[in-house]
Design a protein around this ligand. Sequence first.
Ligand code: ATP
Length: 722
Amino acid sequence: MPQVEDNVGHQVELERTEVAAVVALFDDRLAETRAQLVGTLATPADGAAEAYERDLAAERLAREVRRLEGAEGGLVFGRIDLADGTALRIGRLSLQREEDELPALVDWRADAARAFYEATPVHPMGLRRRRHLRLAERTVVGLSDELLDGSEPTAEDVVGDGPLAAALQERRTGRMGTAVATLQTEQDAIVRSSHRGVTVVQGGPGTGKTVVALHRAAYVLYAFPRAAERGVLVLGPNARFLDYISQVLPSLGENDVILATCAELAGPLLGLNGDGEAGAGRAGGAAGAGGTAGAAPGAVVGSPEAARLKGDAALAEALAAVVRGRQAPYGGFTVRVGKEDVHLGEAEVAQARDAARTNGLAHHRTRGLFKELLVDAVTSALAREAAETLERIDAEVEALTGLDLDRFAGADPRNLGLEGDPADTGPKFDMDAMRAELLDDALVERTVEELWPHLTPGAVVDALLADPEALAAHLPGFTAEQHGVLLRTPGAPWTDADLPLLDEAASLLDGPPERTFGHVVVDEAQEFTALQWRMVLRRCPGRSMTLVGDFAQAGPATTARGWHEALDPHFGGRFDLRTLTVSYRTTEEILATTRELLARIAPDQAPIGSIRHGEEPRTREASPAGLTDAVLAEVREQAAAHPGELIGVVCPDASVPALTEAGVTRHARLLPASEARGLEFDTAVVVDPDAITAARPGGDRDLYVALTRATKRLCTVVVREG
Ligand SMILES: Nc1ncnc2c1ncn2[C@@H]1O[C@H](COP(=O)(O)OP(=O)(O)OP(=O)(O)O)[C@@H](O)[C@H]1O
């Protein structure tokens, strides 16, 4: 049909000219901002205040340059034509020519762009046509139209294959790309939701939960300036996953986002060093999205059973009890003032402790109050004693001489060399000076330290976990066997599961962390334990969050089986729960083979459908001794048959060394089943499913994750005896 092709060519040509003008405008803006940055940096500053102002301005401009640079690829991707003939181009940011009334480019998050995502033939939202543009570098190379008002296509419309189909056909690269041009209506409704509190998104594998979460973060930064001021934190399950998603937000023009695992969040805070396993394997990509939360925390991986127990909310209460137990639990307080010992009895000390605690501050701040109250009590005791001594002298003098000393002093105690308010009935000393002196006194400080010591988070956690008696006393709901699992050797390396405990202890000692965020995204949120939720909440005082996950994919540390069970203790049921229903990754054929498994691990979950179709999943058999060779043969064959495509080999964690040794990584990405969550490949090779299932508690959910990673084909290598 040469006529149609000519027409497509003509329309592409027209768009090319129009888009080139938008790109030129963008280039001007970028060049202008870069020039401003150079100019600002070169401006001499007269004094520290000016230098500070200049550096702030430079920082703002540098951020803007980064934002523009991030948006450059795929700057323009859509166009909407309204029924009245107005056309708007949709892209990664807004651009406006001064002389024009209409914007040259509308940011995809702006209200004006809403119809691009939400209009359907049933609800055209005033649109006649939605056009998707395909760009190579900065040039339009293709387009496709959807007519929404029921009109017949004219010579100016190019109605063809949907852009989503084209996007999904693309080969996997090992890095998630943005879906900004093809967000689907059910996804867009969540991304653009005006709900400012907690939004929870559930859905089966590949339904776009991560896509939605990241685009939602970009939307929040755009639409809610208050949240944007304090920045966005994206939490993911491991470094591999963060690396996989690290480019999405920068490509949406958002660089000021912190990507981290929960462990990384706690690690730097506690000053742990970065030579451990957690956080390893990050290819530096995450830094592209504004950097991670800091160095890898130097923690090792503990057992799943310990992780599950250490995530229990009872541990938070136990740590609080440990800290309370270190706050003047018993005993009086004696301090030497001059030549005299002043003693406060146990009841007086307890009164000071209870009064200090009423303000609800953390241990060290409360310690300061406690010390002040003790010093107040000592000062009052001294004042009382001085007054009594004086009265005694008065009485003795009067008895001996018949002189009334008060009258003699003209009712002003200063006449007797004592400070005091003339309105007071009794004499006083300089209370303030005495107080200040006592607060500064090294001996007083030492005595307070015995009653209410300075503590470190590590010492608090050790006081619980390294002491069998403390475990039994503070965790009465746990069995002796569970106490045994929790018991640790003091000084042993911290595990990943200890980090939320250390963070909890840090907050008990010094209050919530200084760095907080306006919005927090949690991916694979089903993995989070109660202690981890507490960590997240401490960092998001505004409670603006997007949490996405799937309980059928929960790891071994998860005890909850649904959102309300997991979240109600922390959010009191106040969250907006949305469900995604269509898989854009896992093919219908692969989903069909996992349905039985899904029914077993999550009987309440409705199976999802997929818009993808692919090959029937295959099984390859191997003898126990021949497993490694069989995997190697499979990846070699796949690599030869589908050059350039991404192959992922998901194996039992224990098989990683042998498969690496055999050279599997020359042809494929190799990952332990425990770290496959959220990732995807063109082809997935799942090694020894029985061993994956048996490897750790909840292993059948690990297997479900492994089986749902492929966009095209799945091969399972099973072990057969004999
Ligand atoms: N609207 C869309 N346009 C284009 N691609 C999409 C869209 N939605 C999802 N995808 C693609 O589908 C795949 C799966 O998406 P995503 O990883 O967000 O799913 P998920 O629900 O988080 O999966 P999992 O449960 O396995 O973590 C990705 O390749 C993603 O880019």
